[in-house]
Design a protein around this ligand. Structure first.
Ligand SMILES: [Mg+2]
Length: 280
């Protein structure tokens, strides 16, 4: 797992007004959880009354986000951080357009070195398959592997990137639904947390105004960077423990809320805990 290098120093006196949330396992209702669906109604109502800023931050690509927004009738967010923090889309009326200042930012971070240079490093590596085109992005090169090989392949790719001096890093995760490893090669330092922090310092809200919610390993950096943070109850104890420990070490234990309910219901608990939404 990538080390968390993305921090800010919170000001506890600034009240929150924006929910930034992971989707799968977090904001999207779980099957057979009617309480998740009614929690979602509460968020939809708050959006309709313009009482809540909303950002989705996900590994999904934009079309896939819009699919689940339609399927679960999720409220339309103001911003969508997609592709594990390598693209940001802004709402304009009911459409989403790439936020070009962020593309410029990533292009500067990678010194103009594009995905072609990364792809040519991967040629001849056994056990890697490039993911389909819709999961590739200008700043995200994604491969499949067998689940058992994921960590060793990630280490090998990172070694090649270092040796070639490319400003990219490989992040490994497992598909929870099948025996499949997911390898994302991103600009070094890119993550949901880094993209959210960049957005919060370049858009119309500040990091102190963000409450972030998540459920899995790729949420850890955003859970611990200094945002007010919600770990939903379906997250692993390991993740919740690591988030709690990291924040406690920074004297920010009160920035973390461990929900007792799963997914959307847990996000709602946390939103109320941090006074982002009023009590029921
Ligand atoms: Mg998730």
């Amino acid at each position: 797992m990538r080390e968390n290098m993305t921090f800010f120093n919170p000001n506890p006196h600034i009240p929150p007004r924006v929910l930034a949330t992971d989707l799968d396992g977090t904001f999207i209702p779980l099957p057979d959880r009617p309480d998740n669906v009614s929690a979602l109604d509460t968020f939809r109502q708050a959006r309709a009354e313009h009482r809540l800023g909303l950002v989705y931050a996900t590994g999904r690509h934009l079309a896939s986000v819009l699919d689940v927004v339609a399927r679960y009738a999720l409220p339309l967010p103001d911003w969508i951080v997609c592709d594990v923090g390598t693209s940001i889309h802004r709402r304009q009326d009911n459409r989403y357009a790439p936020y070009t200042p962020f593309e410029t930012h990533l292009s500067e971070q990678t010194r103009g070195i594009g995905r072609d240079a990364v792809e040519s490093l991967l040629v001849g590596m056994d056990g890697l398959t490039l993911q389909p085109p819709e999961r590739q992005q200008r700043f995200k090169i994604s491969c499949f592997s067998a689940a058992a090989d994921t960590e060793i392949l990630a280490a090998r790719i990172n070694q090649r990137l270092r040796e070639a001096g490319l400003p990219y890093a490989c992040l490994a995760s497992l598909n929870p639904f099948r025996d499949e490893g997911l390898l994302d090669i991103l600009p070094a330092g890119a993550s949901k947390a880094a993209a959210l922090l960049w957005l919060a310092t370049h858009a119309d809200f500040s990091p102190d105004e963000v409450v972030f919610s998540g459920d899995s390993g790729n949420d850890l950096a955003a859970l611990t960077c200094g945002f007010r943070a919600i770990v939903v109850a379906n997250a692993s104890d390991t993740l919740a423990g690591r988030a709690a420990q990291t924040l406690a070490e920074r004297g920010l234990a009160d920035r973390l809320y461990r929900a007792t309910l799963p997914a959307t219901s847990g996000v709602l608990q946390g939103a109320r805990h941090f006074h982002l939404l009023p009590p029921p």
